[in-house]
Design a protein around this ligand. Sequence first.
Ligand SMILES: C[S@@+](CC[C@H](N)C(=O)[O-])C[C@H]1O[C@@H](n2cnc3c(N)ncnc32)[C@H](O)[C@@H]1O
Length: 314
Amino acid sequence: MVFQNGNFAFGVGVGVGVGVVGFTVLQSSLRKLIQTLFSKKSLEDEVSVETRVYLVGAGPGCADLITVRGLRLVREADVIVHDRLIPVDLLDKAKFGAKIINVGKAPNKVRFKQVDINRILVEEARKAARGSLIVRLKGGDPFVFGLGGDEVIALQNANISCEIVPGITSSIAVPACVGIPVTQKIIATSFTVISGHYAPGTQGAADWDNLPKRNSTLVVLMGARNVNSICSYLVESNGWSDSTPVAFIQSGTTVEEKVVTTTLAKAQHEAEKMQLKSPCVIVIGQVCSVLPRLNYRKKVNNKTSVWGNARDPL
Ligand SMILES: C[S@@+](CC[C@H](N)C(=O)[O-])C[C@H]1O[C@@H](n2cnc3c(N)ncnc32)[C@H](O)[C@@H]1O
């Protein structure tokens, strides 16, 4: 019980021994509780918070390569709408009762069109109780070939505001984790991240004719299907030396990671030999052979792990 006497607040029972500030807080909480119990207004009306939508980058593959902010949001989310290429372990961190929606799009097996994903996001944000937290969890960084911009526009058009939580992009982190720096003093003073989704010279393809030629690294995402045409185009139509080093990194930073280094001349043969498939990052340039190869995977209790010795760093 709390009494107030002029400017002097003091408490009896539970409150005994607590300072004036403590009493004031206690008083206001009690007042809120009593108001809620005896008025028709719900606490939700009282608090009046907007539904929050966050586009969160999940990182390149290994669960603990998400940012601290991203992980906090995953833990607190009421709804998680996630892509295919997110570390599934991260979903174990969702709170009990969180609604999990998989909108993953496998290559050549479209499960959800982007317009449907946009619609789901808007619907979930509208359905959610006020104050709910919706996390749109995307592989790597939401704005690197992630169609994050489309989702922001769809939400904005529906008058729903959202925030971006950047992620570690596979384009830099996947090479880095196996010891390939995208820049290196003197030998690579720029790098280009390019989409290999369409073969060079075909409709919709990126501008393969105006790439920096000297001291530069080329990082190709979504290029597994078109690896032959990409490598031969660079040599035949773009003047790249066929001895240029190339690295294929498949399922980087996960237990399935495979790394093969070769040259533009031998790339086709090596890609066939390793049965290169998505997801893979293709790195082209001298940086592929500048450092010793690093092994991201570790053997822990005879099992291959990317966690190192930590039991569960999350
Ligand atoms: C649609 S893009 C999304 C990229 C993502 N937003 C990012 O920043 O990493 C998907 C492509 O990223 C690359 N990728 C994503 N995760 C990868 C991984 N763990 N290993 C290799 N490549 C990966 C592959 O090229 C894949 O086809």
